[in-house]
Design a protein around this ligand. Structure first.
Ligand code: GUN
Length: 273
């Protein structure tokens, strides 16, 4: 069965729109885009459109890649103190001369809708409640919950250990009492780990989950999105070969991507004072 991220995302966005109206929530998301990475431009545009659709004010600030780290940090500091701004997001990747960790440290944890600041990451790792959970892992949990897929006690395999997806994903699954394995480029015998896992979450950016590696009860979540040699958008998972032989699987596109947007909008609609 296909986990329809697009449909679930639309449902969540509709619900958020009503909530924002009902409670007269005055949210204002500022998205900072540095440089001219084509994928980032599309992501930022989609975030802005989603925000406007549900009644969240949004401002995109664009900088040339020549902006200095100090200038960017100054801008963040100014936004931290601006009472009219409730959420700040700096689109990644950043140019090499800007340290993304310094940027994450600069954003006020109460406006850090990406959940990347050390306070929010630390709280998550300590099993405490962060102000915001990172959008992609939170969106994946929302998707699993929507389909009543049990997480507690499940053997969950997370492939990839990025700060944006893999690490927070593992923490969030652990909070929900899954038994979590983290796999990465040094992991041995990945095939058998994929085969025995109840839930596989792949966030690698390469075709890695292929035919015959799965079992009929597997739940496969594909976070990867890239273009194959024919220019077609694809994910980490061989969807054509696997979709009929597993219990649940996310398509690419139309799975995790839309859920990330819905989850980010959930964060952006939370206002702390
Ligand atoms: N680039 C890829 N994913 C993300 C994300 O979740 N947040 C930000 N800010 N940039 C990204």
């Amino acid at each position: 069965m296909i986990l329809d991220g697009k449909a679930v995302s639309n449902k969540i966005l509709e619900h958020l729109k009503l909530k924002i109206q009902e409670f007269n929530i005055k949210a204002h998301l500022v998205v900072i885009l540095v440089g001219d990475d084509p994928a980032s431009q599309i992501y930022v545009r989609n975030k802005k459109l989603a925000a406007e659709k549900i009644g969240i004010r949004s401002t995109v600030i664009k900088y040339k890649s020549a902006i200095t780290e100090a200038e960017l940090l100054d801008k963040i500091e100014q936004l931290n103190h601006d009472a009219n701004v409730t959420g700040i997001l700096v689109q990644l990747p950043l140019p090499e001369h800007i340290d993304k960790n310094k940027v994450a440290q600069a954003i006020s944890p109460k406006k850090d809708v990406d959940g990347f600041s050390p306070e929010n990451v630390g709280k998550l790792a300590m099993g405490l409640e962060p102000y915001f959970y990172p959008a992609t892992p939170q969106g994946i949990i929302m998707l699993l919950d929507e389909y009543d897929i049990p997480i507690q006690g499940a053997d969950a395999l997370v492939i990839g250990r990025s700060n944006i997806v893999g690490r927070p994903m593992a923490q969030m699954l652990l909070r929900r009492n899954a038994t979590v394995t983290m796999a990465h480029s040094y992991t041995k015998d990945l095939d058998s780990k994929i085969k025995t896992a109840d839930i596989v979450i792949s966030a690698v950016g390469k075709k890695i989950v292929r035919c015959k590696m799965v079992n009929k009860n597997s739940v496969i979540v594909d976070v990867g999105i890239f273009r194959d040699s024919n220019g077609k958008l694809t994910g980490d998972v061989d969807f054509e070969m696997l979709s009929s032989s597993v219990k649940y699987i996310t398509p690419v596109p139309g799975g995790v991507g839309p859920m990330t947007i819905a989850s980010l909008m959930y964060n952006a609609s939370k206002v702390y004072h």
